[in-house]
Design a protein around this ligand. Sequence first.
Ligand code: AP5
Length: 219
Amino acid sequence: MRIVLLGAPGAGKGTQCKRIVAKYGLLHLSSGDILRQERVAGTELGKKAQSYMDSGALVPDEVIVGMMAGAINKASEAGFVLDGFPRTVHQAAELDRLLKASDEKKIDVVLNLQIDEQMVAQRMTGRRSCPQCGAVYHIENLKPKVEGICDNDGTELIQRPDDSIEVVMNRLKTYRRQTEPVVDYYKNKNGSTVYDIDANKDADEVSALVFEKLDALWL
Ligand code: AP5
């Protein structure tokens, strides 16, 4: 099964992807996480991406497509969930080309997490992440057992540098201009199954909606 999760910053893509992979045994491929790992490792790719990420702009397509093609090609036959990719219509078309070239594969389902914009700032500024295992928390909505500490490995939680209110507002503008058209790309494409999911609900309720759709496809 090959799944794409779409949605504005803070819609809960990362949160839901982790739950999907835990339930269905798929691989989680997050372009944002891969870019952050490249930055920590100090690679050329990470250095190239830095200024775009810090301002809330998209990293250029030519950098992202090659990076994600490498990750997708390494994924097993069991499938994957894409989180944060594709984020432009060009990236979506390149993804189709890549999958088609590999035994006529395709994206089986697109989950479009819909969130009201006034929810975004609260979710983003309250997010805390584990730099060690990538677990994501929220200071009000999804608290760790001990404040500021990861439940999984005891690491001190951090706030992402691009979660300041100014950068979040830019990321939202970027989403509206460059990523929203990707939803229509999939809706207008023959053979694509796109589900709109109400992502304003609490995380467990959103997971229940997602699992209902995926369970029906799995049977
Ligand atoms: P990326 O890391 O992909 O950021 P994003 O898309 O802006 O998404 P987020 O990770 O911020 O949000 P999310 O939807 O995953 O929400 P989460 O589950 O964490 O990209 C970062 C940057 O990298 C981009 O700006 C760009 O520069 C670059 N980049 C990445 N991919 C690219 C690409 N393909 N092309 C070009 N550039 C690219 O949840 C957020 C918070 O809310 C958490 O605290 C969580 O606990 C909480 N929460 C989640 N769900 C709920 C809920 N239902 N109710 C209450 N709280 C919730």
